[in-house]
Design a protein around this ligand. Structure first.
Ligand code: GAP
Length: 457
């Protein structure tokens, strides 16, 4: 049985995955803190991405660039003038809406206004008779553009010269380091640079828990290739990303591609496709994959007056590489994995909440359970100390063994190890599998290898 979004939010709070930020002061809207289990899960997802896209990939290199950059970066990239959402106000109830979202909701996602001009959006709303979702009126103001970049000031003065932006995407830090990485790593095109980290957008309509927030994390790859090979690489990265999601355990029926129509494409993009996930509130963008042509490096070359061309050592050709960009939100992937893996099972008429994450992603790999605290905790703590050097483990000696199994199932711990009299006598433990609930007996000195073999993605 699948859970609703409200149940997912409550689950996250109850089990220490995600809390409302600064709750004792009434919180800050749409701002969330990752608790002990959320932090572990998030890092496991990040690590899985890093392994697949950087460490195991022969083409790609990693980076960790600064959040604050010279503001000219954002001028050149077009964010200062164009990184804006179309805002519309209802004249009757004064409710503010994102005009493109009104169209998306009205057409149940059949129409997206991405890339439409303000005039086209206004005309569509008028002709289709779209009403204010709050008061049903049809009296809207003209569209105004609302820039999403967060501004702040560096240093002690607040004058225009000290203005800096919190980055709106991690990608620009990669473009800034294109030549640094290419030269120091002696990289030959095609190659990619990837990084993960926080991005900030002053979203007008944040919501749906961690789906759309103002502070979030991205995992982005900018893949630099020869101009004539871009569409081939675009297809390659589309399948690569989809396969990665399936390897993480997401069900294929909950995933789909949405290729952008020609009129939706940004003027510089040759092709764009989103991987969408079926969240409890409906299909939503999880991963954007775009052929950005030579747009980004060209605008930075022009604006900075620094050459950003690549010299092909074999042909002596000098050119600006094309870029394929697969960009995924870490928090959105976290939410998709939770929605996909959290289930309510019925076992002998009793409800069991179980988080069926792949063991590689589970916050704890093993829970160590002394059957009776009084007699078995010393040995259990010894085993816990041995295992926790290698894996995140938990230790639980409170309540009946059944209750302790239920709790570890609910937080997704794939293996539960029970220490009993047999452990003291014969140095063996009972190992229970979260999904099958089957129990096996294994020697203490084999637990490590058993777990290690079962947590590889
Ligand atoms: N560099 C390209 C770029 O940033 P994007 O489509 O704006 O493209 C990429 O963002 C991904 O980042 C999205 O597919 C989504 O997963 C995530 N994302 C974007 N805005 C977000 C927000 N406000 N909250 C959470 N995740 C967001």
């Amino acid at each position: 049985m699948k859970l609703s979004m409200e149940e997912i939010v409550n689950y996250c709070k109850q089990y220490g995955f995600i809390f409302q930020s600064s709750e004792i002061y009434g919180g800050l809207s749409n701002t969330w803190d990752y608790g002990p289990l959320g932090k572990e899960l998030k890092e496991n997802i990040r690590q899985a991405w890093w392994n697949k896209f950087i460490r195991e990939n022969p083409y790609n290199y990693g980076l960790d660039s600064a959040i604050l950059m010279n503001p000219e970066v954002w001028v050149a990239s077009g964010h200062v003038t164009n990184f804006a959402d179309p805002l519309i106000d209802c004249k009757k109830c004064k409710m503010r809406h994102r005009a493109d979202k009104l169209i998306e909701e009205f057409t149940n996602g059949q129409e997206t206004a991405d890339g439409w001009s303000n005039e086209k959006i206004e005309e569509y709303i008028k002709v289709q008779g779209i009403k204010c979702p709050n008061c049903n009126s049809q009296d809207f103001t003209p569209i105004r553009k609302f820039n999403l970049l967060f501004e702040t000031h560096q240093g002690v003065t607040e004058e225009a010269k000290s203005k800096v932006y919190l980055r709106g995407e991690t990608a620009q830090g990669i473009f800034m380091n294109f030549l640094n990485v290419q030269r120091t790593m002696r990289a030959k095109v095609p190659f990619g640079i990837g990084q993960t980290g926080k991005s900030f957008r002053n979203e007008i309509t944040p919501g749906n828990f961690i789906f759309r927030t103002r502070e979030f994390e991205q995992m982005e790859l900018e893949f630099f290739c020869k101009p004539s090979t871009d569409l081939e690489w675009f297809g390659y990265w589309k399948s690569f990303c989809m396969n990665f999601l399936k390897d993480l355990g997401l069900k294929k029926d909950n995933l789909r591609f949405r290729d952008h129509k020609k009129e939706e494409l940004s003027f510089y993009s040759k092709a764009t496709s989103d991987i969408e996930y079926l969240y409890p509130m409906g299909w939503g963008e999880l991963w954007g994959i775009a052929d950005r042509t030579d747009y980004d490096l060209s605008v930075h070359e022009n604006h900075s007056k620094h050459e950003l061309k690549y010299l092909d050592p074999e042909t002596n050709e000098k050119y600006i590489p094309y870029v394929i960009e697969p960009s995924v939100g870490l928090d959105r992937l976290f939410l998709a994995l939770l929605c996909d893996a959290l289930e309510k099972d019925l076992i002998n008429d009793e409800e069991r909440l179980v988080l069926k994450l792949k063991p590689a992603l589970a916050p704890y790999k093993v829970v160590v359970l002394p059957l009776m605290k009084k007699y078995h905790s010393e040995k259990a703590l010894e085993i816990y100390a041995m295992l926790s050097k290698y894996f995140p483990c938990s230790y639980d000696d409170a309540g009946s063994i059944g209750k302790r199994y239920r709790r570890s199932d609910a937080i997704g711990t794939p293996f539960a190890i029970t220490i009993d009299d047999n452990t003291l006598k014969e140095n063996v433990v009972t190992l229970r599998d979260r999904d099958t609930m089957q129990q096996i007996t294994i020697p203490v000195n084999e637990i490590n290898d058993y777990v290690k073999d079962n947590i590889i993605l």
